[in-house]
Design a protein around this ligand. Structure first.
Ligand code: HEM
Length: 190
């Protein structure tokens, strides 16, 4: 039973961790875009984003990471045989990459607060896509382990998820282009 308790909160942990990571980089994008605002609004917005980013990291994202890892350690103590499994070795490698991403985001947060961050909104949007790949791969490894199926259901699910992702990207692109057109028609005034 202890094993299932650890597993349940392992899942709660990584949901929290990922929610935090996705929202954090979204806040970085808004933070950098605040530079396009008039002087008075810019200072207020930047201060507010700084506070939100710090709290999000300290209260949600980092605790989510700690909970995920602590519960995983619990599962491995109860069932140490997992440590011999190939899928877990790949998963652990990807989790190390994910942690690298987490710590890099912490560094970006400090740079944004100090006004020394060189990342633009476009680069940050690309950065925000990276954990999606890790999330999907890690979950597939955890669920299917060494046996990823390639049957009809797998292709149907893959097709649905891919069309869903493409629709969201197209919608986001359209919104960005509309905003740029609107700015251009106002002569660059936000
Ligand atoms: C220190 C890092 C991690 C370790 C050592 C670890 C280890 C484990 C272990 C041993 C299980 C139990 C497998 C089972 O009972 O079938 C598990 C389950 C699971 N893990 Fe992790 N994990 C880690 C991080 C993560 C992360 C970051 C995610 C999400 C991106 C994740 C997603 C899952 C999921 C969805 C399950 C449930 C699988 C199922 O019940 O079918 N894990 N993990």
């Amino acid at each position: 039973m202890a094993y299932l308790w650890f597993k349940a909160f392992h899942i709660v942990g990584f949901v929290t961790w990922f929610a935090g990571l996705f929202y954090l980089v979204r806040l970085f994008i808004y933070h950098v875009e605040a530079n396009e605002q008039p002087e008075a609004a810019r200072a207020i917005l930047k201060k507010q984003y700084e506070i939100m980013e710090k709290r999000l990291l300290n209260i949600i994202t980092t605790p989510g990471m700690v909970l995920t890892v602590a519960m995983a350690v619990g599962m491995l103590v109860v069932q140490p045989d997992w440590l011999k499994a190939g899928w877990l070795h790949i998963k652990l490698t990807l989790v190390v990459v994910l942690m690298g991403y987490h710590f890099y985001c912490m560094r970006l947060r400090t740079q944004l607060a100090a006004g020394t961050c060189r990342w633009g909104p476009k680069q940050l949007r690309a950065l925000n896509e990276a954990p999606t790949i890790l999330l999907v791969t890690i979950v597939l490894l955890a669920v299917f382990k060494n046996d990823l199926p390639t049957d009809a259901t797998a292709w149907i699910v893959f097709g649905l998820v891919a069309s869903f992702a493409i629709t969201i990207q197209l919608y986001a692109r359209k919104r960005r282009l509309d905003k740029e057109k609107q700015l251009a028609s106002q002569g660059g005034q936000p």
